[in-house]
Every structure is written in structure tokens, then in C-alpha cells.
Design a protein around this ligand. Structure first.
Ligand code: NAP
Ligand code: FER
Length: 338
């Protein structure tokens, strides 16, 4: 059986915003599984903001994708053939290191089995995967929200922010979201049960709009975006506020470096506030706990989610670019197989 494997390889490093032409779709022969290995066929590929760092040519927390190398990325995949007794043909798995391609071989240890009874299998890339876990640990472990406190989430209608805000609601907090369209704001205050939400693109004076919804100041800030949005939030912190620095997507496509550093740190002084960066991978030994609680909240209807699904391997680079441009509501994934 000779299977054709289409793969996206990196051809050039973007300067500023990426373009599809930074990658090339090549056809190769699918790999054969070795002893103990599993052959996988992609069902859904994930596009994530961290990918912008991996194509920059500079080392981040992980090595960069080399020119000519297959683009990194997580996938939900179906087991085609298995020489690992823990996996059988037909099993659905999540593989963080799958890459932007149709087929991959893997060691069983890199795979997480996906339970299709929990919801669409694509959720293993979002609410019941990396984004849900990021929201769970970032909010609960870094922000330590207490009932009655005011929690602000930026990037609130995205894969991570939409979950972080709902966990804050479940924790008994007053939740205010910041997102980039009227449709997103309506989703946050409707289905997701946020107490308020602000469209940062339409607000004009964002600080004033937020101040109206946060009369006692902001106790916790789950920051997905940085930039001018975060400037506005920092001026409204409450005493002993906690900030989880999850992401700074507003800065990722700035050519070379952000125009200025974290601008408004002066506001942390009088409020004795704490800002802390975190990586979800540091919580690897607690993923079981996180996934169990996230699954339960989804099952009982406490946690809502949405996905934006692009079709076909041809569209993976565009999906990444559109996600960074805010075209997604909830998690952006690309369906590449049935
Ligand atoms: P996402 O929120 O689903 O998608 C990105 C969103 O960012 C877009 O939909 C867009 O929504 C918003 N955005 C883009 N440019 C912006 C700007 N200039 N100002 C304000 N908002 C902007 O993506 P995600 O995967 O959940 O990631 C969200 C953040 O979490 C990213 O910063 C990512 O790097 C970070 N992250 C961190 C970890 C970790 O371990 N620390 C793990 C996962 C993700 P609008 O329409 O609202 O603009
Ligand atoms: C992310 C954004 C940035 C992320 C990791 C980083 C896992 C790390 C950046 C660096 O090392 O400079 O979404 O997710």
C-alpha cells in the first residue's frame, strides 16, 4: 500500500505577517511504522499562535522549524495501523507533534486517546485539549480567583479566552471579556454567561468602557493579547491584582520586535500587583485533573464552546493567518480527513 502524504514545509521566515507562500505543500510517500510504532491519518489539524514563534527562525521555548522542515502542530488523528498493543486501528488520538501533514508515524507514548463520547473529536485540540488546559491552569493556578472578584479576560472569544472566562464564572467571579467584534461580544454575554464584554475595536476609549464594567477595579487579568488592550486594563487594577500573562498575540506579527516593552508596569506599584507568565506544558503531570474537570463541565453544560472549522489541507496556512486576524470564534481547526 503506497499512500501519498501531503505535507506543508517551511520555505521562508515571515517578516511581520506570514503569507501562505512562506510554506509549500509537497507530496511525499507516507512513512511506514517501525516496531512498536503506530501509523496515523490526520482528521483535524490545529493552528495556534505559538506557531508564529516557531517560523520566526529564532529559538523560543522550543527550537524553530528549519527551512525545508515539516511545519509543527498538533492533530487529532485516526490509527491506521498499529504495532503498539495499546492502540488499535480505528482509535482516535491526539498528537501534539503530528505536524501539518496527512500521515505520521509515532511512538504510542506521544499519543493521548480521545474519547468520542465526550463530544466532537476536534475538541481534543481545543476545549478538551491544550486551550482548555491553558485556561484552567492559567486562571486557577496563576490568577487564584476568589468568589466575588472581578476577572477580565482579553482575547475572550478565542479558544483559550472563552474557556478562561467561563471557568472564572464557574468560580463565582464577575467576568468581563474583551474581544474584537459585536458578534463575539454577543456570544460572550449570551451563551457564555460573561457579566459584560467590550468590543475593543469599536469602544473608542477602551479604558472608560472597561471602567464602567469594573467599578471596584480588576482583581484578575487573564491576558491573551498584550498591546493597547493590556495598557487599558493595567490602569484599572485593584489592590493585590494578579495577572496571568498567557499570550501577547498583538505583538507576534510586529516586524522584528514590539515597538516598546511592557508599557504600563508603573500601575503595578501602588496596587502591589503581580504579573506572571506561564506555559501550559509545566502542568503536564496535572493534565488528567484538568481534562477530567473540563470534560465534566462540558457534559453538564457549564462550559460552552464553539469551533471555526476550515476545510482541507490546502487551507492550513490561511487558517493560521485568519486566526491571528480574528476570523475565528472559539477554536480554529482545519478538517483534513473524514
Ligand atoms: P485564539 O484566541 O483562539 O485566536 C487568537 C485571537 O487573538 C483572535 O481571534 C483575535 O480575536 C485575537 N487578536 C489577534 N490580534 C489581536 C490584537 N492585535 N489585539 C487583540 N486581540 C487580538 O487563540 P488561542 O490559541 O486561544 O491563543 C490565545 C493566546 O493564548 C495567544 O496569545 C497564545 O499565544 C496564548 N497561549 C498561551 C499558552 C501558554 O502556555 N502560555 C498556550 C496556548 C495559547 P479578536 O477578534 O478578539 O481580535
Ligand atoms: C504561546 C505563545 C508564546 C505559547 C508559547 C509561547 C505554548 C512562548 C514563547 C517564547 O518562548 O518566546 O501561545 O504557547
Amino acid at each position: 500500500m503506497r499512500l501519498v502524504n501531503r505535507q506543508w514545509v517551511l520555505r521562508s521566515h515571515p517578516h511581520g505577517w506570514p503569507e501562505p507562500g512562506n510554506w509549500e505543500l509537497v507530496r511525499t510517500e507516507a512513512p511506514s511504522p517501525g516496531p512498536g510504532q503506530v501509523l496515523l491519518r490526520a482528521l483535524y489539524l490545529s493552528v495556534d499562535p505559538y506557531m508564529r514563534g516557531r517560523i520566526s527562525g529564532r529559538a523560543t521555548y522550543a527550537p524553530p522549524v528549519p527551512l525545508g522542515g515539516v511545519m509543527v502542530g498538533a492533530a487529532v488523528a485516526e490509527v491506521v495501523q498499529s504495532d503498539d498493543p495499546g492502540f488499535a486501528a480505528g482509535d482516535v488520538v491526539e498528537h501534539a507533534g503530528f505536524g501539518w501533514q496527512e500521515y505520521a508515524v509515532s511512538d504510542g507514548r506521544a499519543l493521548r486517546k480521545v474519547d468520542p463520547s465526550l463530544g466532537p473529536v476536534s475538541t481534543a485540540l481545543g476545549v478538551l485539549g491544550m486551550n482548555g488546559l491553558t485556561a484552567y491552569f492559567g486562571l486557577l493556578d496563576v490568577c487564584h480567583p476568589r468568589p466575588g472578584e472581578t476577572v477580565v479576560v482579553s482575547g475572550a472569544a478565542g479558544a483559550t479566552g472563552s474557556i478562561a472566562g467561563q471557568i472564572a464564572r464557574i468560580a463565582g467571579c464577575r467576568v468581563v471579556g474583551i474581544a474584537g467584534s459585536a458578534r463575539k461580544v454577543a456570544w460572550l454575554t449570551g451563551d457564555l454567561g460573561f457579566d459584560a464584554a467590550v468590543d475593543y475595536k469599536a469602544a473608542g476609549d477602551l479604558r472608560a468602557a472597561l471602567a464602567k464594567h469594573c467599578p471596584d477595579g480588576i482583581d484578575c487579568y487573564f491576558d491573551n493579547v498584550g498591546g493597547p488592550v493590556t495598557d487599558a486594563v493595567l490602569s484599572l487594577l485593584a489592590l493585590r491584582a494578579r495577572i496571568a500573562v498567557c499570550g501577547q498575540i498583538a505583538l507576534y506579527n510586529e516586524a522584528d520586535f514590539a515597538p516598546v516593552g511592557p508599557r504600563e508596569l508603573r500601575y503595578l506599584i501602588a496596587k502591589r500587583a503581580r504579573a506572571e507568565g506561564f506555559l501550559v506544558f509545566d502542568y503536564g503531570d496535572r493534565y488528567g485533573e484538568g481534562l477530567a474537570r473540563l470534560s465534566r463541565w462540558v457534559r453538564v453544560g457549564d462550559l460552552n464552546y464553539q469551533e471555526t472549522v476550515y476545510e482541507g489541507i490546502d487551507n492550513v496556512p490561511q487558517a493560521l493567518i485568519d486566526m491571528m486576524g480574528g476570523e475565528n470564534v472559539g477554536k480554529m481547526v482545519v478538517r483534513v480527513g473524514d
